[in-house]
Design a protein around this ligand. Structure first.
Ligand code: ADP
Length: 377
């Protein structure tokens, strides 16, 4: 452990040897570095905050090189990202959403995206609402960014988009690029898009199946995703009925993760859901058990909702069990505050780093090949 503490201080010192042209101070001292993760095996990732966009690429390279030269560093990934300095209200144009995003009963033949939005695309699903699906999706994306991946998060939970609250982007609106694409919003090192950015919370929309599919596929194709996203997590609407199945079949997914609590009632739905997903070409990458236990002050575990149910169900269904997540108040608080706990220093950040690794392993060993590029033409 102390080895990694030493490595962390060496990395921090190295970051300050590179000076920020704006302040003349070191990058760390200038507050330009966020999401620094130093692993014991020497893998290091961090985010260089910029408002200059690609013009800061040489600075990113200098920071990466400085850290790579630190004894003990085995692999370094520096991600360039930007805070939106747009003051709230500055871009309140209702036209921020291309008209093709507006709910419409029939798909409007928008051009297919020229490329996959990310190297890997993983949907997070649950049989019912309230089991922590959005919490898991948001924190996995933040954990992926902390691990040095270029991570994206698409909130396709049209029935209750919670990404803006959980990622702290409420009030921000995507700008339109000159090519009339939506500029995704970056938060906590993650590139994000949500229907919540486009549809007013005061003007709820009643979504029917085909609308959901067309809105979500259009939201993917009308967003100016960065060229080089490693992974895009998609928070899907709760339920494993027709809408969800059609949706996942229309997205170019590597696979789907199912989030469940350990109760028998929830697990019965998981069994049904896995069975239904299996009828599609979308691999079920595994099950995550959420709210698995609550740790009492004396360190013992209270299995509030039953013990090991999701793991047993996963085994029964021959689906990988990706991990169990306890009830952690930092997860609830982080979600409410727009500061996901995976980006903090508590237990949740370690848990999600491991869960994200488990998802990536499951993607690597998934039986199906990633879906073809122009799937939703
Ligand atoms: P869903 O997307 O399945 O509807 P959410 O992710 O919105 O569920 O979670 C529902 C509520 O439970 C939120 O308030 C969230 O912060 C909280 N929550 C989810 N998982 C946990 C957890 N492991 N520990 C503590 N609170 C959690």
């Amino acid at each position: 452990m102390s080895g990694s503490v030493d490595l962390t201080s060496r990395v921090r010192a190295a970051l300050d040897t590179v000076s920020d042209p704006a302040t003349g101070k070191g990058l760390l001292a200038s507050g330009r570095i966020s999401g620094l993760v130093v692993r014991e095996d020497g893998r290091i990732g961090f985010v260089l905050e910029t408002s200059a966009g690609a013009a800061d690429e040489p600075l990113r390279q200098a920071a990466e090189a400085a850290v790579a030269a630190v004894p003990g560093a085995s692999a370094v990934t520096a991600v360039l990202t930007a805070h939106s300095d747009t003051p709230p209200g500055a871009s309140q144009r209702p036209s921020a959403a291309p008209s093709s995003i507006q709910p419409s009963g029939s798909p409007r033949g928008v051009p297919a995206p020229p490329r996959r939005p990310a190297r890997h695309i993983v949907a997070v699903a649950s049989a019912k609402g309230g089991v922590g699906k959005s919490t898991v999706a948001v924190n996995l994306a933040v954990a992926a960014a902390r691990a040095g991946l270029r991570a994206g998060l698409l909130d396709a939970d049209v029935f209750g988009p919670s990404l803006p609250t959980m990622m702290g982007t409420v009030g921000r609106k995507p700008e339109l690029t000159p090519a009339k694409k939506l500029e995704p919003l970056t938060a906590h090192g993650v590139t994000t898009m949500s229907l919540g950015y486009l549809v007013s919370p005061d003007n709820p929309v009643v979504w029917r199946g085909p609308m959901v599919v067309s809105a979500v596929t259009q939201m993917i194709s009308d967003t100016a995703w960065p060229e080089d996203l490693d992974i895009l997590y998609i928070d899907t609407p709760p339920g494993t009925g027709e809408v969800q199945l059609t949706l996942v079949q229309h997205l170019p997914l590597d696979g789907v993760i199912i989030v469940s609590t350990p109760q028998e009632v929830a697990l019965a739905d998981v069994r049904r859901g896995v069975g239904m997903f299996r009828k599609t070409a979308v691999p079920v990458l595994g099950v995550i058990e959420n709210m698995a236990w609550y740790e009492l002050p004396d360190g013992t575990r209270d299995h509030v909702f039953g013990e090991g149910g999701a793991q047993r169900t996963a085994n029964e269904l021959s689906t990988p069990f990706l991990g169990a997540l306890p009830i952690l108040s930092e997860l609830r608080k982080g979600g409410d505050a727009g500061a996901p706990a995976a980006g903090g220093d508590g237990v949740a950040s370690t848990a999600f780093a491991l869960l994200n690794d488990a998802v990536l392993d499951a993607v690597a060993s998934a039986p199906g090949k990633p879906a073809p590029v122009l799937l939703f033409e």
